[in-house]
Every structure is written in C-alpha cells, then in structure tokens.
Design a protein around this ligand. Structure first.
Ligand code: NAP
Length: 334
C-alpha cells in the first residue's frame, strides 16, 4: 500500500507495534504530571508491558488519587524527588512553563543514568528551562503530535499515539543512545519518529498547531461577544463552528504557556496570517472574485494533500483506511 496513504505501518489493531512477550524496555517509568498525554502513555506502556513499574508525581494529591484509581500507575507521590527514585525513564508531562520547576524538583532523586524526556508542545524553551537542573546528555526533548481537547488523568485513552508522529529534538549534547531508547518507546506505542532541530520544530508547530488554536480561541470569543447573534450560536452552530468550539475548549493553562514560550515563532506566523487576512478583506470589499476563488481553490488542494497523508481523522482508534485516505473509525472518539 502507498506509504503516504497508510502512514505508520499496519492498519490492524491489537498491539501490532509490539511483540507480546518481549522483555520490557524499562524497569521503572516515572511520570511528572499525569494528565491526558502522560496518562495515555501510561495506559499504553501498561497494556503492552513496556515497563515493570509505573509511578506518578503531580501537584495535587487528588490528581494522583485519580491516576491510581484508574490504574494508570502502580504508585504515586507528591514528592517529585521521591517519585523518580529508581526510575530509568522520567517523562515530564506538565505545561511547558512548568518544565524548569519540574526539572529542579526531580533532580535530587534522579539516578545518574536515568533518561529524562518530555512531551511539551514547545521545544526550544523547554530545553532552556530544564538545562540548569539536568544532565543534558540524558535529556531527550520530545513532542507527540497527538491529543484531544480534554485534560486530566480521566482524559487518558489507549492508542492515542498510534500512527501519529512523535518529534524528537536532540541537541548536540544529547547522548544518541538515550535518543534511541526514547524513540524505541514511542515506536512501541505505535508512533512514527521524526528528528528535528528544536527551533525548526517550534516554527513548524507555530503554523500547524499553535496558530489554529489561537484562531479558534479568538473566533469563539468574537462570536460570543457579537451583539444580536449570541443566542443563535447554540441554535445554528454548523459543523465547522462546532469543530472550532471543540478546539477552543482545550486546556487554557497549557495553551497560555505554549504561546508565551513560543513567542517569536507564533508572532511571525500571526503577522503573516493577518497580512493574508487583510488581502482577503480587500478582495471582498473590491469584488475581486478571482482573488477569492484562487485563494480558496489553493486551500482545497492543501486539504486533499493532508487527507492523502492520512491526517483526516480525529484519533487513531482501531480503524480501516479507505482508498481516498479517509479513515473509518470503528470506535467513537472519546
Ligand atoms: P493535562 O491533562 O492538563 O495534565 C497536566 C499535568 O501537569 C497534571 O498532572 C497537572 O497536575 C500538572 N500541572 C499542571 N500545571 C502545573 C504546574 N504549574 N506545575 C506542575 N505541574 C502542573 O495536560 P496535557 O494535555 O497532558 O499536557 C501535558 C503536556 O503535553 C504539555 O506540555 C502540553 O504542551 C503537551 N501536549 C499536549 C497535547 C494535548 O493535545 N493536550 C498534545 C501534545 C503535547 P495537577 O492536576 O496535579 O495540578
């Protein structure tokens, strides 16, 4: 099958990315922060037997209680340094702005050979924030390109990362063996690995993820503030608008941090976007039909390319691919 139509390998469910019975990749994995992303990773690690023991630490005892009740981890501790003791892998899964504080808190408990990685949506700033506290030979910055608008341990789902990219952004200081071990974990849970320079990651994600979220937050607030039609929003919300409301329901603390920690790249793409928006505004004012048509037509071409690349589905639940690249999900998106 065409690689572009079926990214990431087998389309069959049931642990096709990991051989049952293979030895675990890690002894103890400790999650610092246990919400949607770390919780989903914990579920897959447990389901696939990729580690012997899972531990979590978080800010709030309630979050840890819920993670334990849901069976995401075997043990939990509010004390971050205690939670990472004995871990050969530590995964930071907190808002990017909290990464430095998380690194400072775990540092006294880390084994000298422990690998630390993260899942933050911005990479350059996370690397700068953790550098004063960690052995950067063993820190592998990462970002799984998967998620939902939900947060907290109860939002965690199985197979969130299957057939999705996970971008790793090692620096010149990073030990290649540590990179291999982190890459092996993501591949075992079904992700495809891409290596990228941190600045290139931040510029790319600014346009593919950060700007779309900014537009969604802003559109929904503009609609909500618009005198005279406020009451109609619920009644007439069309498919596209409903999708925007879903994106705009994403975790505000997480997104606040993304914008403040990817400032330069986001401001660059916002500038370009505003320029292009003003050009459309002008074309509407002056009845320049051909300008509107050409811009809309080229956008449609991009959509078809995205569909062919296999991205036109919400979440990689066990699914069947159609010839045109659309995926028919066999379980509802949660
Ligand atoms: P989440 O579900 O809200 O979980 C966040 C976790 O971080 C919770 O355990 C929370 O602890 C903890 N936390 C929150 N604020 C904190 C702070 N100021 N200091 C220390 N800990 C704090 O978030 P998530 O969606 O999993 O996101 C985690 C990371 O993954 C973020 O860096 C985000 O950029 C990245 N990411 C998210 C997505 C997505 O779609 N959501 C996708 C890819 C990557 P308490 O509950 O105990 O307060």
């Amino acid at each position: 099958m065409n690689e572009a139509v079926n990214p990431g390998g087998p389309a069959t469910p049931d642990d096709a990315f990991w051989s049952p019975g293979a030895p675990p990749l890690f002894g103890q994995v400790t999650f610092v922060g246990i919400g949607l992303i770390n919780g989903s990773l914990a579920r897959d690690i447990r389901r696939l037997g990729l580690a012997r023991r899972l531990v979590a630490t978080s800010r709030q005892q309630d979050t840890l209680n819920e993670a334990c009740r849901l069976g995401l981890v075997d043990d939990a501790a509010l004390d971050a340094a205690a939670a990472v003791q004995g871990a050969d892998l530590v995964v930071l899964g907190v808002p990017v702005g909290a990464s430095g504080e998380a690194a400072r808190a775990i540092a006294p408990g880390l084994r000298p050979d422990a690998i630390v990685t993260d899942v933050g949506s911005v990479k350059g700033s996370v690397i700068d924030l953790v550098a004063p506290f960690l052995d950067m030979r063993r820190f592998v910055a990462g970002h799984p390109i998967a998620g939902t608008e939900r947060s907290g341990p109860a939002a965690a789902v199985d197979r969130l990362f299957e057939r999705r990219w996970c971008i790793l952004t090692p620096t010149g200081a990073t030990d290649p063996l540590a990179v291999d071990r982190v890459a092996g974990l993501w591949q075992a849970v079904g992700a495809r690995i891409e290596m990228m320079d941190p600045a290139h990651h931040d510029r790319t994600l600014a346009i593919t993820s950060h700007l779309p979220h900014l537009l969604a937050f802003n559109l929904i607030n503009t609609a909500d503030d618009l005198e005279g039609v406020k009451g109609e929003i619920l009644k007439y919300a069309a498919g596209g608008f409903t999708d925007f409301t879903r994106i705009a329901a994403s975790n505000p603390r997480m997104w606040q941090d993304v914008f403040l920690h990817n400032k330069a790249a986001v401001l660059e793409v916002v500038g370009r976007y505003v320029e292009d928006l003003l050009a459309l505004q002008r074309a509407i004012r002056w009845d320049e039909a051909h300008v509107l048509f050409n811009r809309f037509e080229s956008a449609g071409v991009v959509h078809r390319e995205v569909v062919r690349a296999g991205h036109a589905y919400k979440r990689p639940v066990p699914a069947r691919l159609q010839a045109d690249g659309y995926v028919i999900a066999e379980a509802p998106v949660q």
